[in-house]
Design a protein around this ligand. Structure first.
Ligand code: NAD
Length: 237
């Protein structure tokens, strides 16, 4: 029995790091050896679509080589055993929350396993490669498909649902996110300004916004998250 009714969990690249997916900002500031401006902006896609396709094709193919870790599984356990609501808002584009067993998930930055048509806007499940020669299965336009990913400078998905969830939660937990990328980095300020919810950060190191949280713990997600879920379900957190 937890002390909370509506729990919102925000996750970032750090929760998938121990599954073998690299975070955005390694020490070299590169993501998988690429500058973010070359692969994760609409300008990059206009300039060199085949490079951007190759980059995301590799990320998509790489999903087959990684597995959910104990942190993903612990959040699924929380969703199953908590008698109120648990919503995972993830900035991650991988599918490790789904494969870990979570069901109530919003992918605010999109999903590697989806593409959309920039002509008709239809979204498709997609597990293989795409390039500029593939036609849209719906409208038939070529070139048309792009990764269903929110790039820098684009509007994140599900913002209305996220705003509603932040307003109604009584516990906000942030896991494995650096607090650098907005709007997600601003969620804790929004929650604390409303004064209804307790906020907790679980991260390898203190994030940029750590002072806004009521509580912060540092360590690897695969250890911190299962311990935290155990305490939460026992009514001790
Ligand atoms: P980020 O790379 O900016 O920060 C990751 C954070 O996780 C850092 O604060 C780091 O200290 C922490 N961390 C690293 N290893 C950890 C571990 N084992 N346990 C706990 N914490 C750990 O990532 P972010 O804040 O999510 O940045 C947002 C962007 O990163 C999003 O747009 C997202 O789409 C993108 N991204 C996603 C993936 C993925 O889907 N797996 C991978 C790389 C980047």
């Amino acid at each position: 029995m937890t002390n909370y009714q509506n729990i919102v969990v925000l996750t970032g690249a750090g929760i998938s790091a121990e599954s073998g997916l690299s975070t955005f900002r390694g020490d070299d500031g590169l993501w998988e050896n690429h500058r973010l401006e070359d692969v994760a902006t609409p300008e990059a896609f206009r300039r060199d679509p085949e490079l951007v396709h190759r980059f995301y094709n590799m990320r998509r193919a790489n999903l087959g080589t990684v597995r959910p870790n104990p942190a993903h599984k612990a959040l699924a356990r929380l969703e199953q055993e908590h008698d109120g609501e648990v919503l995972v808002i993830t900035q991650n584009i991988d599918d490790l929350h789904e494969r870990g067993g979570s069901r109530n998930i919003l992918h605010m930055h999109g999903e590697l396993l989806k593409v959309h048509c920039r002509s008709c806007a239809e979204v498709f499940d997609w597990s293989g490669d795409i390039d500029e020669t593939v036609e849209c299965p719906d409208c038939g336009v070529i070139p048309s498909l792009r990764p269903h990913i929110v790039w820098f400078g684009e509007m994140p998905f599900c913002m209305y649902e996220i705003d509603e969830a932040l307003r109604s939660c009584d516990l906000f937990v942030s896991i494995g996110t650096s607090g650098n990328v907005y709007p997600a980095a601003g969620f804790v300020a929004q929650v604390s300004a409303m004064g209804r919810a307790r906020s907790i950060e679980l991260n390898l190191e203190p994030s940029e916004g750590v002072s806004l949280f009521n509580e912060a713990r540092q360590g690897p997600a695969s250890k911190l998250v299962p311990e935290f879920v155990e305490r939460l379900l026992a009514g001790e957190a």
